[in-house]
Write a protein that binds this ligand. Structure first.
Ligand code: ARG
Length: 494
């Protein structure tokens, strides 16, 4: 196809490099949708006879049905999804199919397809992140959330916190991811369709009409930009890299927590594996695989940025190489989120039988500050006391009431050092570890997750209505003089 200008077909080796049909299967639905909208506009404006536009539309609908059944394989010889669709259509309906590509280039087509594809991918990602946040919240609100564990900094015992706060915090990260994906989606407003190869068209295309039919708010303001802009893909890849980091951090805590020495987490049987040699093993392989995904997620972002760097304006074939990066990035992230939600819902978060390591020293310092001692002095006194205790293999908890009285006479109310279980309640600042601070955190997680899910539902039904609107028969439309602009009159079709 498209070799009439040359004396020879594309070399086989060249075809193997050029072919993008494998990844383009992802774009099939978007390509058919964009084509139906383009054909409708061509019929409505009279650029193509209405009868032909209707036949094209019927043909494309048939292809949609085949695609939905997975029965529209793409032929590598035809290079990409766009030429495959056009060829299949023409095979099916004959010469009318040859009018479909009027006023269109694969350059504005692939840009349009990518945005349509991305819009739905972002919805899936928003939904996946919200699901994980809700799974975390549900665990946090369960009795397991009230377990007290040692919060670490530098992986050293720092201050005791409720499991609920840890889980609620991971949930916040996933909600920010969902909100970032949504923000990318809400900025997919400019329709590339009608930008042609790079400079628009001499035919009176109605770009506002196709923009509206595809659910965009307007035609892109520069055709040169429309065919080269991959910002949205880059933003998505950037958000995916960050999501990957969040997943890896949570996964690492699941791996660490499953270590018998730590004993905070027990992953359910469907989410652990065993050893091919050591029958006693209970390995957190799935959590490790989730942890690993952040590497390729970051790599895809860097790879895509690198391939764009230094590209001149308008379409360059390099852009094709970006597509699998985006498709794989989304696919891998969705797989990860799909595992994470049930993995968390079935995990047990355990209260450690023994609290390892000294904590609660800050609270003694704070109490001294409350009694009027300057902070740095109080810090020093505690540090010296802890130094003495450590040499005696003792802890603050083991000080008798008399020893407390001797060492910290200012602290009349303190009969003993707070137990690990009571420690989180001492920090009641907003966002702190006490129950009264964790409760609003969990409430916020619930609110934001529900808001994210509502936004997804609303957008999905908007997209569905747009698709259904294409079932109305195509009619010739009178264009307003203003919109017809200075475009030359279309050739009357025979
Ligand atoms: N297969 C191309 C891609 O995926 C479509 C656009 C090709 N345009 C061109 N002039 N060769 O980006």
């Amino acid at each position: 196809m498209l070799r009439e200008r040359f004396s020879a077909p594309l070399d086989r080796s060249a075809l193997a490099l050029s072919d993008s049909t494998e990844e383009d299967t992802a774009l099939l639905r978007a390509d058919l949708w964009g084509s139906r909208v383009h054909a409708r506009m061509l019929g409505e404006t009279g650029i193509v006879p209405v009868r032909s536009a209707r036949r094209i539309d019927a043909g494309l609908r048939a292809l949609e049905r085949r695609a939905a059944r997975g029965q529209l394989p793409l032929t590598p010889e035809l290079e990409d999804v766009h030429l495959n669709v056009e060829r299949e259509l023409t095979r099916r309906i004959g010469r009318d199919g040859e009018r479909l590509h009027t006023g269109r280039s694969r350059n504005d087509q692939v840009a349009t397809d990518l945005l349509l594809w991305l819009r739905e991918a972002l919805l899936d990602l928003e939904e996946g992140c919200a699901r994980v946040a809700l799974a975390l919240r549900e665990r946090a609100a369960s009795p397991q959330g009230r377990s007290v564990v040692t919060g670490w900094t530098h992986l050293q015992p720092a201050q005791r916190v409720y499991v609920a706060q840890i889980l609620g915090t991971h949930a916040l990260r996933f909600l920010r991811d969902a909100e970032r994906f949504r923000s990318v989606r809400e900025r997919l407003t400019d329709s590339p369709l009608g930008s042609g190869a790079l400079a628009g068209s001499s035919l009176p295309l109605d770009r506002r009409r196709t923009a509206r039919l595809l659910g965009f708010s307007r035609p892109s303001p520069s055709s040169l930009d429309a065919v080269s802009d991959r910002d949205a893909a880059l933003e998505a890849l950037s958000n995916l890299a960050l999501l990957g980091v969040h997943v890896s951090s949570l996964a690492e805590e699941l791996v660490l927590g499953s270590m018998p020495q730590v004993g905070r987490v027990r992953l359910a049987d469907p989410f652990v594996t065993t050893s091919s040699l050591m029958p006693h093993k209970r390995n957190p392989d799935l959590a490790e695989l989730l942890r690993a995904e952040s590497g390729p997620a970051l790599g895809r972002l860097v790879a895509h940025l690198a391939l764009l760097k230094g590209l001149p304006l308008a379409y360059n074939r390099d852009l094709q190489t970006g597509k699998p990066l985006l498709f794989d990035g989304v696919d891998r992230a969705l797989r990860g989120l799909a595992v994470l939600a049930p993995m968390l819902s079935t995990a047990e978060f355990l209260a450690p039988k023994e609290h390892v390591g000294e904590t609660g020293s800050v609270e003694v310092v704070d109490a001294l500050v409350g009694a009027g001692v300057p902070f740095r002095q109080a810090h020093r006194r505690l540090a010296r006391e802890l130094h003495r205790l450590e040499r005696a293999h003792r802890t603050l908890r083991e000080l008798s009431p008399r020893e407390w009285q001797q060492r910290f006479p200012e602290l009349e109310g303190w009969r003993a050092h707070p137990s690990p279980e009571s420690e989180p309640e001492l920090r009641r600042t907003e966002g702190g570890s006490a129950r009264e601070s964790v409760r609003p955190l969990l409430a916020e997680v619930g609110r934001r997750a529900r808001r994210a899910a509502r936004a997804v539902r609303a957008e999905r039904s908007r997209l569905l209505r747009l698709q259904q609107a294409l079932n109305v028969p195509i009619q010739r439309r009178r264009r307003s003089a203003a919109r017809a602009g200075r475009s030359p009159r279309p050739h009357r079709a025979r």
